[in-house]
Structures are given as structure tokens and as C-alpha cells.
Design a protein around this ligand. Sequence first.
Ligand SMILES: [Zn+2]
Length: 75
Amino acid sequence: MPAKDMPRYRCENCGNKTRFDVVATEKSKSFYHYNLAGELTIENTEVEFFDVESVTCRWCGSTKTVVDGSEVVVN
Ligand SMILES: [Zn+2]
């Protein structure tokens, strides 16, 4: 999943907008491409399921005050 599609998190406790620990469950489908030497290149990864379990602010350690600010439209 491209990072641009992810929520824009913000911590209401300390104002952090840039550093978060995100715990998530992900289901993805990828093309595993081996060369004749057996070296693997993983291509075309498609994320089919992505469920965020918890988001922790790296600055204050809070999990309760992190909000998704991506719905705020700035013109
Ligand atoms: Zn914080």
C-alpha cells in the first residue's frame, strides 16, 4: 500500500505529527521472482488487507491521544 494512502496521524497530547509506532496486521500478495542462482526479488506487492491495531506516539508514549488528522482538508 502506498504510504500516501495511509492516515495522517497526529498526537493531541504533545502535538507530534511525524513519529509513531504502528502495529498492524497485513495480508499481501506478491510475485516472488527467483533467478537461477536462487536469489529472490519480491515484486508487485499488493496489500489486500491492512488493519491497524495500535498507534503509539514516539514522543510522549501515549496510545490514547493519537488521532487520524487525514480528513482535515487544507486549501
Ligand atoms: Zn504525543
